[in-house]
Design a binder for this molecule. Structure first.
Ligand SMILES: [Zn+2]
Length: 92
């Protein structure tokens, strides 16, 4: 008897947990979308926001190939937003 009661209780908890999880995920997505709207750029992953790679001597350097020396990278959320904007424009 005890395991059955425990199972039904855990199902009830799981359903509520899912609701909370989805709510938190939506809240996080909303905050992330807002952050991507206000701050569309982040540091380049390859050069760490320096825009260049230094030689072992430290005197010579070359431009980062990934960001072409701009040291910035468009955030994934903003890229999705821009892609959606272009797609909706093409649909009209
Ligand atoms: Zn870079």
């Amino acid at each position: 008897m005890a395991p059955v009661a425990a199972t039904s209780a855990s199902i009830g908890l799981t359903w509520q947990a899912w609701l909370i999880l989805i709510g938190v995920a939506l809240l996080w997505a909303g905050c992330y979308a807002l952050a991507c709207w206000i701050w569309p750029f982040t540091a380049c992953r390859k050069c760490g926001g320096a825009g260049r790679h230094k030689s072992p001597s430290g005197k010579a350097w070359r431009k980062c190939r990934r960001c072409k020396g701009s040291a910035t990278r468009i955030r994934t959320g903003r890229r999705i937003f821009d892609w959606l904007k272009v797609t909706s424009k093409e649909a009209q």
